[in-house]
Design a protein around this ligand. Structure first.
Ligand code: X7A
Ligand code: MN
Ligand code: MN
Ligand code: MN
Length: 305
């Protein structure tokens, strides 16, 4: 089994500088060493380089559409090649707009993939419903076939088309969903577990139902898109959109242990670590170290042995 690590130093899906330094912060927290300690061959693909598109004016209030679109087109090619070469891939963000390229590239190789989205936010705004115009709040809307009649042709995104059915997606950790997003979740009958659901059911039941929902009919590759802001801000302060009342360390690790135990994890994203947003160096290091723990646990590090 071989693991590839790919950095995507990108920030234009949102407004706060620094998230482009996320890949370096996670590497500096010892990611490669930790993965080498697990029984994988580890390949470091380094960081992609992205180019800013000139005169990238907003389109329907969407910010930097051409720059974000171009970055994700590049990323999707790199992800597709890595999966095609047989690697389990870890994509380090960068903001969550990068999931547009990461999941699309994965779907090119694995069209029957299912998606587990761990996040305080649903990231399913359309350009029309977005309160901010920031594309890191919209990636899932670009993937869903059921939304394509609601999606305008945004400049920079002509390279991609929706590939995911709403039944092939589960959310875990939601606690800050916009009205337009909530309407979409309900209309498309998308399976989601909020932090309240986790309080009521417990994380063991949430994972049991989530994995049953996605895998009981058919075992297929899993794409895990993990936004570090799913965790409580006390654990992951260095991130752009923190929301109180998030996952505990143990809940986050239980999620990733259960995903590892399926044996079906194929690509994971770890996004929204922003080393410039920690109040202290310790806060930055705690956030980056947590990201390493999440990735290592997704790839088989256990609390047992
Ligand atoms: N839903 C928000 C936040 C998106 C976060 C993206 B992620 O998950 O990748 O970090 C807007 C959230 N909300 C807007 C009104 C005021 C409170 C925050 C948006 O801008 O779409
Ligand atoms: Mn997100
Ligand atoms: Mn989020
Ligand atoms: Mn965020």
């Amino acid at each position: 089994q071989s693991v590839a690590v790919l950095g995507a130093p990108f920030s234009r899906g949102q407004k706060r500088g620094g998230v482009e330094h996320g890949p370096k912060a996670i590497r500096d927290a010892g990611l490669l060493e930790r993965l080498s300690g697990l029984d994988y061959a580890v390949h470091d693909f380094g960081d992609l380089s992205f180019h800013h598109v000139e005169k990238d004016e907003p389109y329907m209030d969407v910010k930097f559409p051409r720059t974000v679109g171009a970055a994700n087109k590049t990323l999707s090619g790199a992800v597709s090649r890595a999966v095609g070469a047989g690697h389990t891939l870890v994509m380090l963000g960068g903001d969550h707009s990068l999931a547009i390229g990461s999941v699309a590239g994965h779907a090119q190789q694995c069209p029957d993939l299912c998606l587990i989205w761990v996040d305080a936010h649903a990231d399913i705004n359309t350009p029309m419903s977005s309160p901010s115009g920031n594309l890191h709040g919209q990636p899932v809307a670009f993937m869903l076939k059921e939304l394509q009649d609601k999606m305008p042709d945004i400049p920079g995104f002509s390279w991609t088309k929706p590939f995911l059915s709403s039944r092939d997606l589960v959310y875990i950790g939601l606690r800050d969903v916009d009205p337009g997003e909530y309407q979409i979740l309900k209309d498309l009958n998308i399976q989601y577990f909020t932090m309240r659901d986790i309080d009521r059911l417990g994380i063991q039941r949430v994972m049991e139902v989530s994995l049953d929902h996605l895998l009981s009919r058919k075992q297929r590759p899993i794409h895990l898109s993990f936004d570090v802001d799913a965790f409580d801000p006390s654990l992951a302060p260095a991130t752009g959109t923190p929301v109180n009342g998030g996952l505990t360390y143990r809940e986050g690790i239980y999620i990733t242990e259960e995903i590892h135990n399926t044996g079906l994890l194929s690509v994971m994203d770890l996004v929204e670590v922003n080393p410039m947003l920690g109040a202290t160096r310790q806060a930055v290091e705690a956030t980056a170290s947590l990201a390493v723990d999440v990735i290592a646990s997704s790839l088989g590090q256990t609390r047992e042995a």
